[in-house]
Structures are given as structure tokens and as C-alpha cells.
Design a protein around this ligand. Structure first.
Ligand SMILES: Nc1ncnc2c1ncn2[C@@H]1O[C@H](COP(=O)(O)OP(=O)(O)OP(=O)(O)O)[C@@H](O)[C@H]1O
Length: 602
């Protein structure tokens, strides 16, 4: 079975993955994403209330500190009351201890909220990736998708676990300190507030300038990851074609783009701290100047000015924190948007709400006027044929003629563009997708093997099967003999992708897997790669056993092996050009006979 698009992906380093989300978040989108994150977080209501309570406590304690300092100076130190000073200082120490405890508690609870939120989003993302059709994956690189599942989600976690506390505590502190400042001295409070609009304008300008660099950074990171994944998957091909230099150049380019967008994001957002600091210090200078004037006319005491200066610092600090948080949030929101983009992706393989839930399909298959196009290009046109339950149909034809596409349509990895496919008289779109696929077994020449033992890999065909059933299936599939000779037999660990097994062994395992699953419809992709004669005999024996009494679609490359098929269908450019039994087609002296003779001569 060909996998042409994937191979293109592996080699097409210049193209890169889709450049979604490179424009930067609009304020509306930014707020929309925030609200969406909130929908997840509010599922942790009780924890969130606890966090707010803890933040409230720590803010109250933080506010009490400067007030006490003023009281200690004016009422105890300046009046020479030693005992009172000691008691009040001890109280101040207790308050600072309580600040630490409440801060620790709020962080702990918030990290939990964040982790639970992230777990839910990650789970939804994974479920969504499992349910999306191949069309979605055709257009994207796996590395770039991985980047969304890992980096973008991590960013969001980092932002949530810290930022929410900071936002709540900053808002509470700002409100509390503002009230305390007004109560302490109205004139000085007005002077302190004067610089706020200035800070707001500076923050707004810097944030809107840097926002699109953050989106670009997340996108470029995805591209870099995409290429790393492609380069590792295509290692052999790159080496065989001596493309190392091209790959390096392309990677250098993407890496440089990532550096550029990162540096731009950091530089532009880096202005925020110094600019706001400058404005804060300006505010402090005004406050001290006003305090001095008021002290001269006896309208302010030294202790009160000391309290006020401490309050002003406590007032500006959370404002600064809030504006700095926006930068952290920008990065997280850019990531969250990329995650939500996938969550919002509509799968084009939809299950009808009244989908049929029959337990097993018998296996009568009919293609009626089926056409199919990848994007715009039609690759199958008006195909009609039928296969009775238990029969074998062989599909032959030149490379790229549409053989693989036919079976991908049968398993509903794609939906037909026109016409319909029927199994047991029902349109396959009316069946539950899981049920449909459960009834179709696929044996590819390089079926995917997961990292795990041989036993686990065969059991993938039927998770509830006992060890004895697995071994029985392996025996019927003629895989038992080679498994016995593996270092740990059925407990031998298979590396991801089955890299420690030969092509033939992998195929024998996938036959055993299908044997265990025992579906009534089978799809076989006949091996093209050279396999030693002994293994070849084993595979043929296994396949013969597997396909007994099943509706079988064979994608045949070597015509010698399909002479016994009930029906042979020759496909060329997406159309059936000939069909019938081997003998009939051979006698016809057409395309099939030509292909057959050519292979025979070879
Ligand atoms: N995911 C895809 N996106 C776009 N075009 C595709 C995709 N998969 C296949 N094609 C195109 O559809 C046509 C049929 O491909 P298909 O894989 O069905 O051929 P095939 O007969 O199985 O080939 P082979 O014998 O080489 O395995 C080809 O022209 C191919 O380029």
C-alpha cells in the first residue's frame, strides 16, 4: 500500500507545516480564548474559591504590614516605648509568617487547579487527534502537532499555575492599598494615582506591539519541531539521497526564524518592565515631594509619610506585575489558541446520530458509482463493483492508480465524494464508525507495531484475549515458530515501530493480530519487498488460514499470487479497466494479460 503523501512530507523540507495562527491574536480573540480557558478552570470551583480566600488573607496581611510600621514609628519608637515596640515588632513578624503560609497554600492549590485543567485539555486534544480523519493529518506535520500537544500545553500550564494567583492577588492588593492610601491621606493618594493612566497607555502600546511576535514564536517553534520529527523519520532516505546538507540548510533557516521571532518577542515585551519602573519611580518622587510639602505645613507626620511610601511601592508593584503577566499570558494564549484550533477542527468523517449498531457484519460489499477526490484532484471515478461474503477480490493496477484509496474508503478513513459503499446492503456511513472498523481487518506489509511485548502486540487485535488465545492465533498465522526463537519468546519487547524485527516477521505478527480479531472483512496489502523464501511460505500459509471464509480485498503486486482470487479488478487512473477471473482476463489479452506476461518474463 503506498503512502505517497507521507513520503512527500518526509522529503519536502522546504514546504513546512501549515502556518496557522501566524497573525497574532486580536483583542477579541484574546478575550475569547481567555474565556474558553475559564470554562475549563471553573470546573474546579471549590479549589478556585479556596485560592481566592487564601489570596484575600495574604493580601490583608500584606496591607496590615505597612500600617503597623507607621504605628510602630509614630506611637512607640518616637515616644520611646521599648516594650510596646518589641510586642508590635513581634506582631509584625507573625504577620510576615502568615503571609508566607497563605502564599504557599494558594500556590499549592492553584498548581492543582492548573494541572487538572491541563489534564482535561490534553485529554480532549488527544481524543480529538484520534478522531480526526486522515485528511487533517495529510496537511500537517506530526512534529508540529506534537509541539501543540507538548510545548503549547506546557506554556499554558506555566501561565495558569502562576498567573491566576498573581492576577487575583494583584487586583485585591491594588484595591486594598488604594483604600488604605485614600484613608491615610487623600491628597497624596491622588498624586500616587496620577501615574496610572501613563502606565496603562505604555503597557497597552508595548503589549499590542509584541503580541504578534509571540504568536510567531509559537508557530516557528512548531515548525522547528516539525522538521526535527521529519528528519528523524526520514533519516534513512536523507542519508541514501545525500540530502544532509539540504536538510541542515532548511533547519538552519527555520531555527533562525525561531530565534528571530523569539528575540523580537523578548525585546519588545522586555521594554515593559523598565518603562513601568521609570513611571513608578516618577510617581514615588511626586509622592515624596507632596509629602514633604504637607509635612512643612504640619499636615503629615514622618510615620505617615513612611507608611505612604511603603503603600505606594505595594501599589505600583502589583500594577507592574499585572502588566508583566500580560506578556506571560500572551505566550500562553498564543499556545492555547493553537490547541483550541485543533479542538475546533471538525472531523469530516461524521457518525450519524442514528448509526446502526449491529454486532458483526457478514461481509457483502458493494461500491456503487464511487468517485473520490483528494482536495480538488479526482483519483477514483464512478467505480462500481461488488464482492459477495467470503469471496476474495484482488485489486491490481499500476502505481498511483487508486488501489490504496479504494480500501481507505472502505474503512472510512476518507468519505466518498460521490456514490456510496454498501456493506450488507447498508451505506457504510450509516454504521457506527467503531463497529465498521472493528469488522475490517487490515494486514499491511509494514503494519505498525507498538512498543510492547510480542504478546501485547498480537493482543491489540482483541484486548480481552487470553494468552492461550494469542498463542493459538500466532500458531494459525504461522508466526509461532519465529516467536519461539525470539530471545524471550512472546515476552520479547518490540521497539516502537518494530525496528528490531524483520519485514517478514512484522507481517507475520500483523497476520496473527488480525487472526485474533477475526473480522469478516479483510484487507491485505501484499508484500512487495523481498522476503526470504522460507518466510514467504510462512506468510502465504498464514494468509491462507486467515482469509478462509472471509471477504478479502487483496492489493496485489505479484499477479502470480492472486490467480485463485474469485475476482480480479484492474484499476488504471482511478477507473476499472478490466475485471473478471484470472483465466478470463488472461484470455482477453488486455492490460491484465500484458502485466502478467511482463512479470512472468521478469
Ligand atoms: N493523502 C493524499 N493526498 C493527496 N493525494 C493523494 C493522497 N494519497 C494518494 N494520493 C494520490 O491518489 C492517487 C492514488 O493513490 P493510491 O495510493 O490509491 O494509489 P495505489 O494504486 O495504491 O498506488 P501504489 O501501487 O503505489 O500503492 C495517486 O495519484 C496519489 O498521488
Amino acid at each position: 500500500m503506498s503512502n505517497q503523501p507521507k513520503e512527500q512530507k518526509t522529503l519536502d523540507f522546504g514546504r513546512g507545516p501549515s502556518r496557522m495562527n501566524g497573525k497574532g491574536a486580536t483583542p477579541k480573540k484574546f478575550i475569547g480564548t481567555l474565556l474558553r480557558i475559564w470554562q475549563y478552570m471553573k470546573q474546579q470551583k471549590i479549589r478556585m474559591i479556596l485560592v481566592v480566600f487564601m489570596v484575600l488573607l495574604s493580601t490583608l496581611f500584606t496591607l496590615a504590614g505597612p500600617y503597623l510600621i507607621g504605628v510602630i514609628i509614630d506611637d512607640f519608637i518616637l515616644k520611646g516605648e521599648i516594650t510596646g515596640t518589641i510586642v508590635m515588632s513581634a506582631l509584625l513578624a507573625c504577620i510576615y509568617i502568615l503571609i508566607s503560609i497563605t502564599t504557599w497554600a494558594q500556590t499549592l492549590i492553584m498548581v492543582n487547579v492548573s494541572l487538572l485543567t491541563i489534564k482535561k485539555i490534553r485529554q480532549e486534544l488527544f481524543d480529538q487527534l484520534q478522531s480526526l480523519s486522515l485528511k487533517f493529518f495529510d496537511k500537517r506535520s506530526y512534529g508540529e502537532l506534537m509541539s501543540r500537544v507538548t510545548n503549547d500545553i506546557d506554556n499554558l500550564h506555566a501561565a495558569l499555575s502562576q498567573s491566576v494567583i498573581q492576577i487575583v492577588s494583584s487586583v485585591l492588593t491594588i484595591t486594598g492599598v488604594a483604600i488604605a492610601m485614600i484613608a491615610l491621606n487623600g491628597v497624596m493618594a491622588i498624586v500616587a494615582f496620577l501615574v496610572i493612566p501613563l502606565m496603562f497607555l505604555a503597557t497597552k502600546a508595548i503589549v499590542s506591539y509584541s503580541s504578534h511576535y509571540f504568536s510567531a514564536r509559537q508557530r516557528d517553534l512548531g515548525e522547528v519541531n516539525g522538521q526535527v520529527e521529519e528528519s528523524i523519520s526520514g533519516l534513512e532516505i536523507i542519508a541514501l539521497y545525500g540530502k544532509e546538507d539540504d536538510v541542515l540548510t532548511s533547519f538552519e533557516h527555520k531555527n533562525e526564524m525561531l530565534r528571530t521571532s523569539s528575540i523580537r518577542a523578548e525585546i519588545s515585551s522586555g521594554f515593559l518592565g523598565p518603562v513601568n519602573n521609570f513611571i513608578n519611580n516618577l510617581g514615588l518622587a511626586f509622592i515624596i515631594f507632596t509629602g514633604a510639602l504637607l509635612a512643612i505645613v504640619n499636615m503629615a507626620s514622618i510615620g505617615m509619610i513612611a507608611s505612604f511610601v511603603t503603600y505606594s511601592r505595594n501599589f505600583y508593584r502589583p500594577i507592574n506585575q499585572l502588566s508583566n503577566l500580560i506578556t506571560t499570558f500572551q505566550s500562553a494564549i498564543a499556545g492555547a489558541e493553537r490547541v483550541f484550533e485543533i479542538l475546533d477542527e471538525k472531523t469530516d468523517i461524521v457518525e450519524s446520530p442514528s448509526a446502526l449498531k449491529v454486532s458483526a457484519l457478514v461481509g457483502n460489499v458493494e461500491f456503487r458509482n464511487v468517485s473520490f477526490a483528494y482536495e480538488q484532484r479526482e483519483v477514483l471515478s464512478s467505480l462500481s463493483f461488488s464482492v459477495k461474503a467470503g469471496e476474495t477480490i484482488a485489486i491490481v493496477g499500476p502505481t498511483g492508480s487508486g488501489k490504496t484509496t479504494i480500501i481507505q474508503l472502505l474503512a472510512r478513513f476518507y468519505d466518498v465524494t460521490k456514490g456510496a459503499i454498501y456493506i450488507d446492503g447498508e451505506d457504510i456511513r450509516d454504521y457506527e464508525i467503531r463497529l465498521l472498523r472493528k469488522n475490517i481487518g487490515i494486514v499491511l506489509q509494514d503494519s505498525y507495531l507498538f512498543s510492547g511485548t510480542v504478546m501485547e502486540n498480537i493482543r491489540y487485535g482483541k484486548l480481552k484475549a487470553k494468552d492461550t488465545d494469542v498463542i493459538e492465533a500466532a500458531k494459525l498465522a504461522s508466526a509461532h515458530a519465529f516467536i519461539k526463537h525470539l530471545p524471550k519468546g512472546y515476552d520479547t519487547f518490540i521497539e516502537s515501530g518494530g525496528s528490531n524485527l524483520s519485514q517478514g516477521q512484522k507481517q507475520l505478527l500483523s497476520i496473527a493480530r488480525a487472526m485474533l480479531a477475526n473480522p469478516n472483512i479483510l484487507i491485505l496489502d501484499e508484500a512487495t519487498s523481498s522476503i526470504d523464501t522460507q518466510t514467504e511460505i510462512q506468510i502465504q500459509k498464514g494468509l491462507a488460514q486467515l482469509t478462509k471464509g472471509k471477504t478479502t480485498f487483496v492489493i496485489a503486486h505479484r499477479l502470480k499470487t492472486i490467480e485463485q482470487a474469485n475476482h480480479i479488478m484492474v484499476i488504471k487512473d482511478g477507473e476499472i479497466v478490466e475485471q473478471g477471473s484470472h483465466q478470463r482476463l488472461y484470455n482477453k489479452q488486455g492490460v491484465y494479460a500484458d502485466m502478467y506476461k511482463q512479470q512472468f518474463l521478469n
